[in-house]
Design a protein around this ligand. Sequence first.
Ligand code: ZN
Length: 318
Amino acid sequence: MNEKIAVFDLHCDTVLACLKQGAELKRNHLQLDLERGLETAERWIQTLAFFIDDCYRGEDAWNHFFDQYRLMRRFLEENSEAIRLWSPTSFPTDPCCQAMLSVEGGAVLGGKLERIGELYRLGVAMMTLVWNGENELGSGIDGCGEGLTAFGKNAVREMEQNGMVVDVSHLNDAGFYDVERLAKKPFAATHSNARSLCAHPRNLTDEQIRCIIDRRGLIGLNFYPLFVNGGQEYAIDELIRHAEHILSLGGERILALGSDFDGADMPAAIPDIKGLENLYQSMIKYFGTEITKDVFFGNAAEFFRRVTRRKGKKENVL
Ligand SMILES: [Zn+2]
């Protein structure tokens, strides 16, 4: 099957994997590279997350971000024919990867709200507030069980004012509902599945899924077996069951992909970005072409067009 597809993936950790392993983005042995991505997708927006563990503090956190950011910038400069920075006003029409930059881990702020504006000016479109532990903003699923801190609440407000999308994946439940109460704009859970099918706290309860549907937010399906069935090898149908469940709650406009490539082990059915062809063909059998295309690209594209459109602000510079 050589039909090329449009792909909008909300989460991968490929930049840090490249940094750790000295690998290139153009071609590598990881789960995602430009060559395989462009063989698979004719239109491709890829969110590339810079991962900042909750344990980083102050300047260490910022330096850790910059190590990844510098590498990404080199990738953009050296592969300009294959990848360019995404902007909310330009959606891809040619065979080129559009890179949406995000930060996974609000520890990057080092406790300084003004860093949000700096990140935004560097091209960071979205931020996951916490990872699994605790940082200045709040707690992840292994944290203390409390919600957002006062700083975390201010960070959400500041992100919204800057046009940066709030990502609630990894937040504990108390933090999720703090965002739900506080946020004026739709928010995303970029790489989380349905907890009623796989009882892992990284997944979303039905009530949380409904909150995101009511706000016309976004949920990205995560391929990691631990979040699909507790950690067993799985056939693609098991992942599709999560999609089916979210759709059954009314999620046909908010469901998207959040692969977690290079941040987690992948199933044999989707070993790397080329495996998206398998998922696409399987999804069509269950849901038909229109919904499958929306999940693969349309819903995320519509969300970012709607949520990140700003008036009177300069476009990202890089
Ligand atoms: Zn993650």
